[in-house]
Design a protein. Structure first.
Length: 292
């Protein structure tokens, strides 16, 4: 880990995954060291695009990790920031490849880079950029899809939908890599990436309750007073746990509690509901037992 430099000069930790050293060693043995270092620089530029946008928006950047198959910038919790900001941060990484491709073209036109090297650099940027736009978590495309879906579904349902879709797409990616390897040449990189994505998404799916709890804990940090409250009508017998799963991102809510005949018996703010959910561990309690 390049710990001291990152924390002192950049404000976040900078870590290189141990397996990346094995990749570098293998590249030396195979004579592909320059190509691997080039990919390293491209991935670093991609991640610094995320970091630059996040810092410009006032986010807290915790760590940047460079993995054998790419990189990841660990920033504030998803769901705790506005959707537009998350979209901007997610898109900032792939957008770095636009100027990198333009830079390679300029170097070629000026005669400072060979046609072959410029072509390799451009193709590497296209490959990394397009791969990161796949609708799979934790790739940028998956983050963008999740942010967009959370505009139309409750945050809990958005988490579930994107987790299942991302896991299914990861399995399809791995299946495609294996099928190609059986039909043509073995593609170890694609298989390894597919296995990594499947594992990462399985772990992400298992951690959905944790992500949702973090979302609830962060809701009171943002000023939503300027927006109109979105009503949620619930039956008196519905549990607090069921109701908090109806909350939407970037919206404040008023909870209307109805009786058996559909009449509204009580109106409560979402903050009161969340406090009961946490402070009294009443997620399974009927809302009527707490507010009526």
């Amino acid at each position: 880990m390049i710990k001291g430099f990152g924390q002192k000069h950049l404000g976040f930790r900078f870590r290189i995954h141990p397996l990346f050293h094995f990749v570098l060693a293998f590249s030396v043995l195979t004579g592909a060291f320059v190509e691997i270092i080039t990919l390293f620089v491209i991935v670093l530029a991609h991640e610094m695009g995320h970091v630059g946008m996040a810092k410009a928006l006032g986010w807290q950047v915790q760590e940047v990790q460079l993995l054998p198959f790419g990189g990841v910038a660990i920033v504030e919790d998803k769901g705790a920031v506005p959707v537009l900001e998350e979209l901007a941060v997610a898109a900032a990484g792939p957008l770095q490849h636009v100027w990198l491709i333009g830079f390679a073209w300029l170097m070629r036109e000026c005669g400072w880079w060979s046609v072959e090297w410029s072509q390799y650099f451009i193709e590497a940027n296209l490959m990394i950029g397009m791969f990161n736009l796949l609708p799979i978590l934790p790739l940028d495309g998956g983050k963008i899809v999740q942010a967009l879906i959370s505009c139309y579904l409750s945050y809990y349902r958005a988490l579930q939908a994107t987790a299942w879709a991302s896991l299914a797409t990861s399995v399809l990616f791995l299946t495609g890599a294996l099928s190609y390897s059986f039909a043509h040449n073995v593609h170890l990189n694609a298989i390894a990436i597919g296995l990594f994505l499947c594992y990462a998404n399985w772990e992400h799916k298992r951690g959905l309750p944790y992500h949702f709890v973090r979302f609830l804990m962060k809701r009171e940090q943002f000023d939503r007073a300027s927006g109109m409250a979105l009503p949620i009508i619930v039956h008196r017998e519905q549990t607090v746990g069921e109701i908090v799963r109806m909350l939407m991102r970037d919206r404040q809510h008023l909870i209307y509690i109805a009786d058996e005949h559909g009449g509204i018996r009580r109106i409560i703010r979402e903050q009161a509901l969340i406090r009961h959910y946490f402070n009294r561990n009443n997620g399974r309690s009927a809302v009527s037992s707490l507010f009526m």
